[in-house]
Ligand binder design. Structure first.
Ligand code: SF4
Length: 465
């Protein structure tokens, strides 16, 4: 039998899709090339922006038509030219049932209503229902009718999120968020913070070493808020966890060389963490830390726990401890009530910090969050104009920061063949930048030394040393 995943949203969703995929693989299922020909389609959804949900509703409309074609229902309203693959499939194989599953944050948010609104869905699996996937697969194999998914109260970490043949992989270590930033839906759909016990994390790392994985990214909505119990009963915080993982990697002669982590909250980026990151041999010196805004007043209304000055101070400490550090951030313009002066504070912070890159967006009210009801919502045209200014400034900073590195010879983990030129490979640096260079495909998955020779957009050009 065959499955097909459509995954939207963040790294956590990618990791969770990969974890569920392992269940299919372990039961002998194969990945379908297209949803039109699969036995089961799983849509792993994102709720962070309204636009993400709108897109998924569009896909549910498509799958409604697809299911009718697959069951030879004459009442389909689907556009038949969109369904050529499915029509060919039905002609060749006759009626083969299609099971459609919705999972992820949007499934959790609309748990009580979405199946009624979209009868195409056979199962709706919220954030806390993933432990039932094995039973869903079994029911589909046996041709049984869909059953109702009961959610558990506690989040369950999968054994592994490994994707077949990957040499880079995500390792979820915590889940949920306690921060309740006023614009964010995550605490409502992912629940409160839970941390994964150390023995489970190390067991997954051993499994990944056995698969010759080279790089792991420790994942969590608020990864550096990790807090668990150590083997001796003492508290294990995130810096201590990093040290433990690193020591374990060395002790077991693991294939893993690089450790990254994401997403970091500035408020939990302690001096202890900076110290560990600076001196550990495996922790990469590229950090994604969300600033969100440069105005203390706006940060306060966002319910962020740090001020502008505290954020800037953190970046200074990071640079002092790790001169080769590169910083990526998230920046949001147009938060309700943002004045022109407060907006300007984003630009002045950017000038002071010089992020290497940034995820930039304008505030989009999210139903169910406090900020959606705040007065003084900013006009869309103003938000767009402010965003453009931020993007323009960031582009100049990206070029400036990356240009300074041209001439360096650095370690690169070779990733894929370039889409633009078959003779070129793309790799990533310790700071998570892209490098294009000419080399043999057989180097994919290994570490090489590359001399950075130039810059093309935000990709380095390089030469194999
Ligand atoms: S820290 Fe804030 S923005 Fe990040 S997941 Fe938690 S509530 Fe959302």
């Amino acid at each position: 039998m065959t499955y097909f995943f459509e995954t939207y949203g963040c790294e956590m969703n990618i990791a969770e899709s990969a974890a569920v995929e392992q269940l299919f693989i372990s039961r002998g299922w194969k990945k379908a090339e297209h949803p039109e020909t699969a036995d089961m389609v799983i849509i792993n959804t994102c709720s962070v922006r309204g636009s993400a949900e709108k897109r998924i509703f569009g896909r549910l409309g498509y799958f409604t038509g697809l299911k009718k074609i697959r069951s030879k229902d004459p009442n389909t309203k689907a556009r038949l030219d969109d369904m050529k693959l499915a029509i060919d499939f039905v002609e060749k194989n006759g009626v083969v049932p299609l099971t459609v599953v919705l999972m992820g944050c949007m499934a959790e948010r609309l748990l009580k209503t979405v199946q009624k609104d979209w009868p195409v869905l056979d199962y709706v699996v919220g954030t806390f229902g993933k432990h039932r996937f094995g039973e869903i697969i079994e029911a589909v194999e046996e041709g049984r009718k869909p059953f109702k998914i009961e959610e558990e109260e506690a989040y369950t970490f999968a054994k592994t999120s490994y994707e077949e043949a990957a040499f880079s992989t995500f390792v979820p270590i915590m889940h949920g968020c306690n921060n309740f930033c006023t614009y964010c839906i995550v605490p409502y759909v992912r629940g409160r913070e839970v941390s994964r016990p150390l023995d489970q994390i190390l067991a997954e790392i051993d499994f990944l070493s056995g698969r010759k994985v080279k790089e792991i990214t420790l994942l969590g909505q608020n990864v550096n808020a990790y807090r668990c119990m150590d083997e001796d009963g003492s508290e294990l915080n995130f810096p201590k966890l990093l040290k433990k993982i690193s020591e374990h990697i060395d002790k077991t002669n693991s294939s893993i060389k690089w450790i990254r982590f994401e997403s970091s909250n500035p408020n939990d980026f302690s001096d202890e963490l900076i110290e560990v990151a600076a001196h550990d041999n495996h922790v990469c010196h590229g950090f994604h830390i969300a600033a969100q805004h440069g105005s203390t007043e706006i940060l306060k209304r966002m319910n962020r726990k740090n001020t502008r000055d505290e954020f800037i101070e953190l970046t200074k400490k990071l640079r002092a401890a790790m001169p080769d550090v590169q910083l990526i951030t998230d920046l949001m313009v147009g938060f309700p009530g943002e004045t022109e002066e407060q907006f300007e504070e984003i630009l002045t912070m950017m000038n002071e910090v010089k992020f290497e890159s940034a995820f930039m967006y304008y505030f989009n009210p999210r139903e169910g969050t406090p900020a959606a009801k705040f007065p003084d919502q900013i006009d869309l045209e103003v938000k767009k104009a402010r965003l453009q200014k931020v993007i323009d400034l960031q582009l100049t900073h990206t070029t400036e920061v990356m240009q300074k590195r041209v001439g360096e010879t650095i370690d690169v983990l070779v990733d894929i063949v370039s889409r633009h030129d078959e003779s070129e490979l793309l790799g990533k640096t310790e700071q998570n930048e892209r490098v294009a260079f000419k080399a043999d495909k057989k180097l994919i998955g290994s570490f090489v030394k590359v001399k950075l020779t130039g810059l093309s957009g935000n990709t380095f050009r390089g030469e194999l040393v």
